[in-house]
Design a protein around this ligand. Structure first.
Ligand SMILES: [Fe+2]
Ligand SMILES: [Fe+2]
Length: 164
């Protein structure tokens, strides 16, 4: 069965996976921002939440380009990452250590998104969906920038304070 799937089908399925991911993150990121104690971290998460809302819209445009209805397919990978993040955050009392854990969890999610959008942009190119490719590339660039911002915050102070 699996070998009958075309690249077009895989592209569509992975798009449905990411549509689930972005919609879920719109609900999950506010919770993370609320738990963060560093104002810079809070702001970074809130800013990426605003971008994440646009990712949902962009994905809908990609669905339109391939003449499909936007549909979300449950992503177990993301569910696992969120569950793990919640377990880790629940165990920590120290504020700075909590911030370090939030950054680590957020970066794991960003890396998942970066991997997926890198693949999707590549497949869109291969399949000749030019508009989709540029939309996916735009999202990918924002995921990378969000990841870099988190690295910056981690390096700046949060990890050092946790170690102190
Ligand atoms: Fe995203
Ligand atoms: Fe993201």
């Amino acid at each position: 069965m699996a070998d009958m799937r075309s690249l077009e089908d895989l592209f569509h399925e992975t798009l449905q996976d990411m549509y689930y991911v972005e919609n879920k993150l719109v609900k999950t990121l506010p919770e993370m921002a609320e738990k963060a104690t560093s104002p810079e971290l809070k702001t970074a998460i809130e800013e990426h939440l605003a971008e994440t809302e646009t990712h949902v819209d962009r994905l809908e445009e990609v669905f339109a380009e391939i003449e499909q209805e936007p549909e979300a397919k449950r992503c177990d990978a993301l569910e696992g990452l969120i569950k793990e993040a919640q377990e880790v955050m629940g165990d920590i009392d120290d504020e700075k250590t909590l911030d370090a854990a939030i950054i680590a969890s957020a970066q794991t999610v960003e890396h998942y998104e970066i991997a997926r959008y890198g693949t999707l942009a590549c497949w869109a190119r291969e399949l000749g969906h030019e508009e989709a490719e540029s939309l996916l590339q735009e999202i990918l660039d924002q995921e990378k920038a969000a990841d870099e911002k988190l690295t910056e915050l981690a390096e700046q102070s949060i990890n050092q304070q946790a170690a102190a």
